[in-house]
Design a protein around this ligand. Structure first.
Ligand SMILES: Nc1ncnc2c1ncn2[C@@H]1O[C@H](COP(=O)(O)OP(=O)(O)O)[C@@H](O)[C@H]1O
Ligand SMILES: [Mg+2]
Length: 353
């Protein structure tokens, strides 16, 4: 090989170095371009997220506004009016549904849409009812149906706030498989919240069940009909006759499948019986409104539950084991071993799928 002259080798070294610098510069420019592109993408995504967040905030604002308007209207209705009113103060509208004790209508009271529960004659003594209703009126909580007024002359009218989506039982039945565990936890947690308030006030519901939870707008769930069963009595024509939910024992009436065994045995109700019923309500929520103890008749329920029989974990639809463990806690034989509603509210926050 010919030895290279000094100039030539210098030239080659320089041009090699220049080439490398050019490649480096090219790569740098390309990388910067990619980074800028990625940054733009990030900004666009952030923009979209911010827009979505703003929309969410606007929606929450609108919902809160609508809710506070409705709450304000209800408050005005409560405070501006005498507590006992005449039938003539109420305009009855369409029928919303029918229960064991009477028909519920949509109505107008002081130009406010309300629900009017009418009770069949003989289902309760007006004087007992008035006493109970006076206590019921003082119960105020976002997860309890607000009682607005009563007509204590027969037919007895119970006027409450109107809940657009009707009973939780019907709501669940038309949504089989369409709700997620989170929705079900939300329902249960709101009910537990309303019940924790009653527990704090030392008031017993006695008829907690999905049929007695009502659904409003924006996924609001409220407990209804608290205290009513204390004053209800089996009308003569209903004695010795069983209904889908209620059985009569002497003069009293029990929702058999929702009632704790000790309450049926000695006719004494405590908040711990409500906790038992809450466990059954969880079963209704997780099964989209199935009748508790399916495939068992009333006689079998009355005999087997006090003997220790408990419903198994629902499999179809699937029920989370965490949720089932809460049900079992509510159905502990010794009522003092059952959780409080305050604890239930917290346990529900930790439920996993
Ligand atoms: N405040 C209310 N707002 C809207 N619908 C109601 C209200 N109260 C009751 N209803 C409807 O009327 C039906 C009958 O209610 P109710 O007399 O309490 O009987 P039950 O508890 O046996 O279902 C409910 O299932 C529900 O659809
Ligand atoms: Mg009811």
């Amino acid at each position: 090989m010919m030895p290279m002259s000094g100039e030539l080798s210098l030239f080659l070294t320089l041009s090699g170095a220049l080439g490398m610098v050019a490649v480096l510069l090219f790569n740098l420019v390309r990388r910067r371009g990619r980074e800028e592109e990625a940054e733009k993408k990030r900004q666009r995504r952030r923009g979209r997220e911010e827009e979505a967040e703003k929309n969410r905030q606007r929606r929450i604002g609108r919902e809160e506004e609508a809710e506070s308007k409705q709450e304000r209207k209800i408050r005005q209705t409560v405070s501006a009016d005498p507590w006992e009113i005449n039938h003539s103060s109420i305009k009855l509208g369409t029928c919303l549904g029918e229960g064991f004790f009477g028909v519920v209508y949509q109505g107008l009271y002081n130009n406010t849409p309300v629900a009017v529960k009418t009770l069949r004659r003989g289902t309760m003594a007006p004087r007992d009812f008035l006493k109970e209703a006076q206590i019921m009126k003082t119960m105020e909580h976002p997860n309890l149906i607000q009682l607005l007024a009563v007509c204590t002359e027969e037919p007895i009218y119970i006027i409450t706030e109107l809940m657009k989506n009707g009973s939780l039982l019907d709501y669940l039945k038309v949504r089989v498989g369409r709700l997620h565990l989170n929705d079900q936890i939300e329902m249960a947690a709101q009910v537990a919240s309303g019940m924790a308030y009653l527990e704090m006030k030392k008031y017993i519901h006695r008829d907690l069940a999905a049929r007695n939870v009502l659904v409003g707008e924006n996924n609001v769930y409220k407990v209804a009909d608290f205290g009513l069963s204390r004053v209800l009595q089996a009308p003569p024509m209903l004695c010795n006759q069983t209904n889908l939910y209620y059985i009569s024992v002497g003069k009293a009436i029990f929702p058999l499948r929702w009632t704790a065994p000790e309450a049926i045995a000695n006719e004494t109700f405590t908040i711990k019986c409500d906790v038992w019923s809450f466990g059954i309500l969880l079963y209704e929520i997780m099964t989209f409104g199935k009748m508790p103890y399916p495939n068992m008749n009333d006689t079998q329920v009355k005999r087997m539950v006090p003997d220790g029989y408990r419903m198994p974990c629902p499999v179809d639809p699937y029920c989370s084991q965490d949720m089932y463990n809460i049900m079992l806690d509510c159905w502990k034989e010794n009522k003092n071993d059952r959780p409080t509603f305050k604890t239930l509210k917290m346990s529900l926050r930790n439920v996993r799928g």
